[in-house]
Design a protein around this ligand. Sequence first.
Ligand code: ATP
Ligand code: MG
Length: 561
Amino acid sequence: MSAVEIETKEAGRDFIRDIVQADIDAGTVVWPVTRFPPEPNGYLHIGHAKSIALNFGVAEEFGGRCHLRFDDTNPTKEEQEYIDAIEYDLKWLGYDWGKHLYHASDYFEQLYKWAEHLIRHGFAYVDDQSPEEMRAARGTLIEPGRDSPYRGRSLSENLDLFHRMRAGEFPNGAKVLRAKIDMASPNINLRDPALYRILHATHPRTGDKWCIYPTYDFAHGQSDAIEGVTHSICTLEFEDHRPLYDWLIANLPVPSRPRQYEFARLNLTYTVMSKRFLKGLVDDSRVSGWDDPRMPTISGLRRRGVPAAAIRNFAKNVGVARANSTVDVAMFDHAVRDELNRTASRRMAVLRPLKVVITNDDPAMPREVEARNHPDDPNAGTRPLPFGREIYVERDDFMEDPPKNFYRLALGRTVRLRYAGLITCHDVVKDAGGNVTELRGTWHRESPDGTAPDGSKVRATIHWVSTTQSVAAEVRLYNPLFTRPDPGADGDLLADLNPASMEVTADARLEPSLTSDNEAATVQFERIGYFCRDPDSRPGHLVFNRTIGLRDSYARAQTKP
Ligand code: ATP
Ligand code: MG
């Protein structure tokens, strides 16, 4: 690995930015023009966010611009729904392409003319071989390919056939326009790659105007050249396509000379980013849609309550390297917690309620307490929290037979109720089956020295809500979509889907302010985690999603012996 290949963690510095800086210093570019080129065949995911942050980031930092260009050259897979979703997600993430919105399909006429140009200069021919024959003749990494029997066609015959391809005279797959480069090239991408294929399909933008479509390789570099892109940044799997990219730019009368650079794509543990696979999950209803909160899509993360800033920060901080690697999803979780810890309002909610009845009649007992919205930010203000003789606490905060290190509720124990004094449990009520159904306790005002009435130190503070002045909610708890960090390592992705990726608690209780809070905001349920309201909520039926727990309880549970 050379020096530039080592991932630089230094703020904003990596080998791509070094290249851009060097080009500016050398005067070969005045400012960089980059592009983000999604194919509208699915929704954007967290991997795309890395490419977005890089392309938009480089443009902004060096005073250039970044285009949004839809790489819409395959109408059989592409849909308007995806185009709209991609634009929406990009804007939500906070990126702005200004007026520079483009589509490869805007260039179909120009690309067609350039294909004719290649034919006229003896650089392209129409091949009648079937896809199978072409594959068989392509050779391997160690064997050269074989020339097509149609490779020697005359310029005029090639032009005529190409025109007739466009005119719709041939069915799908009957003919292909290929570049005439070198069937013996050690780089298989240069063994007469396809430039145009016949596809009788309606395109979301050009409708039925075309029945031949350029390949990615033919469309991409030329689109870059048309737009004056200076640095065409893509992922490593396109490294072997670069000689073809350069060959086309060198042999066509294009208006500018873009250069392609490759970086390592983002891989995350417990995560699959293949759009084809994600679409399969959606199509087979294994998830509720592209925006299912378990999906690694931007729309899924948004619905789960992840703020755009957390995604941006993560995408910036993963760094840009030339070697493929896998990032621990814990790093993403950290970015989410980091952002939410600073920004999320604190609220009270009980996920698995256990009723507590206060039996004494202390005149000092408040009917309402004042709760801080953020422990570190006095400007976030306070809100009233109704208190009363009947409250719910978390079932997990009580134990009948507590071990030594359990300091929360148990018979005879005193705990602090967040904001609302102390309570000592003196009775445990059970049903016929022996299940605990209710606790009874005595309320005391907080003592200045933090001790219980019996003089013992109160070590635990628990959360609670009023029984009468709280609202019921369904809460959806999400766990990783896969059971292993390297899904599909045994060859079957579906076998590694986590059957417990969503748990639902149907009768959680929330403090009343959560019915009126700003719908989009993610809040912290104190002591539990971060949550946001799901769009499945209806009047009288609130649904909340867990964005993320306060700590990584899932991983800890998994590694327990
Ligand atoms: P898929 O193969 O799943 O369809 P793709 O890479 O073909 O994904 P595109 O829509 O073509 O999807 O991607 C748009 C841009 O985002 C490309 O420049 C691509 O290199 C980049 N990109 C896609 N996935 C990642 C990733 N995991 N990490 C970084 N960049 C990515
Ligand atoms: Mg692609």
